[in-house]
Design a protein around this ligand. Structure first.
Ligand SMILES: Nc1ncnc2c1ncn2[C@@H]1O[C@H](COP(=O)(O)OP(=O)(O)OP(=O)(O)O)[C@@H](O)[C@H]1O
Length: 369
């Protein structure tokens, strides 16, 4: 549930890059919408749109690394082909300024230009090349309200020659008048089977030997974010190749790269808050576990000093609480509320150590009540 720290998106390659040096997330970015894994409903609707070539304004939303940007880029490539893509598509991402100035200047200027006549593609293929351009606004939820307000008129005025695709994680941050002008598509976290098959494909293309256990660890550590799992795979394969002699990738490597808190550590922390060990974890001796402010604070400090991120610690603590077999629904509901408030605080840029401490103390209290 916690928004994981995003694996940094590599800048889209503007020039031809040696494939051996390319990040795998870019190298294996889907080329057509049929290469998009998991998002079957969205792909089915867009395939129809491709046939009719009449694209509405689009709003793609959902968690990171689920294929939103890849889908619109693939769709645009299939509509325009390589020869016309550049002059028909404007992609603005988070590194561009997000205030009203960019809407009035860059976006409006591009939106009002009449599309250039289509040129024939060197690859000999015929592309539909419809008579409008596409503006892709990646991370549209970070646009100011004023900027979104200004966009609304532009979308209407130039709809005949320009279609918009807004891409975001939080649809609630898009003002209603903008959202209501778009066809909305929700991207879901990828199912395990789709992630597994994509990772297996990439590892076989890259001649990296990975066991089923390692693949499953990659899936578990990435929570449905395919970008994250591919990045972990590439990092783990580099790590394994750098040892002398090279060693196979292990699950421990993956967990370390992913910053996952080991089970025994998170269970010890949980037991300080009054969450009893269960199942395979019964061997933790609760009688030696102190609870109370000082011991909880000490534990939080240790975890943060070890380098575990606040979002990761709380995400694992959340899962442990919600899946716990003996906590009552009432206790779980109270804890869920605490976690939700912390999630919001993290999104707003709250201090991680302070919020982990605050959450831990509140969970402790919620369980005792
Ligand atoms: N559904 C998918 N099918 C195939 N590859 C995917 C999919 N989702 C993500 N990927 C892989 O992850 C990379 C990042 O995906 P993409 O940029 O489309 O994610 P996103 O949903 O737009 O994320 P964000 O919300 O962070 O912008 C792609 O280059 C691709 O390698």
């Amino acid at each position: 549930m916690f928004l994981k720290p995003q694996t940094k998106k590599p800048e889209a390659a503007k020039h031809t890059v040696d494939p051996a040096l390319q990040p795998w997330v870019e190298k294996y970015r889907p080329k057509t919408i049929d290469d998009i894994s998991s998002q079957d409903h969205t792909v089915a609707v867009l395939r129809k749109t491709l046939q009719s070539t009449n694209l509405p304004h689009l709003l793609f939303y959902g968690p990171p690394g689920t294929g939103k940007t890849s889908t619109i880029l693939a769709l645009a490539r299939q509509l325009y082909g390589p020869a016309n893509f550049r002059n028909r598509v404007l992609e603005l991402n988070a590194s561009d300024e997000r205030g009203i100035a960019i809407v009035r200047d860059k976006i409006k200027n591009f939106a009002r230009q009449t599309p250039r006549a289509a040129t024939a593609s060197a690859d000999g293929q015929v592309y539909p090349c419809p008579p409008y351009k596409i503006i892709i606004l990646d991370e549209a939820d970070s646009m100011t309200q004023d900027a979104q307000g200004a966009l609304r008129r532009i979308m209407e005025t130039y709809a005949r020659i320009t279609r918009f695709c807004l891409v975001c994680n939080y649809v609630t941050r898009i003002i209603e008048p903008l959202a209501s002008r778009c066809s909305k598509f929700r991207f879901k976290p990828l199912e395990s089977t789709s992630t597994l098959s994509r990772l297996s494909y990439i590892s076989s293309e890259e001649h990296v030997g990975v066991s089923n256990e390692v693949l499953q660890t990659l899936v578990d550590a990435s929570g449905g974010d395919l970008r994250r799992s591919i990045t972990y795979l590439q990092s783990a394969s580099r790590l394994a190749a750098s040892t002398q002699p090279p060693t196979p990738i292990t699950s421990v490597d993956v967990l370390e790269i992913a910053g996952v808190v080991p089970d025994h550590v998170i269970l010890k922390f949980a037991s300080r808050l009054g969450i009893e060990p269960f199942g395979d974890t019964m061997d933790i001796d609760m009688s030696t576990q102190k609870t109370g402010f000082d011991s909880i604070r000490e534990e939080v400090r240790l975890l943060v000093r070890e380098g575990y991120s606040g979002t990761q610690i709380l995400s694992q603590l959340h899962d442990l609480t919600i899946m716990h077999p003996t906590l009552t629904s009432r206790q779980k509901a109270r804890c869920a509320l605490v976690f939700a408030e912390t999630d919001k605080a993290f999104c707003d840029g709250g201090d991680e150590e302070l919020w982990v401490l605050e959450t831990a103390l509140r969970v402790h209290k919620a369980l005792a009540a």
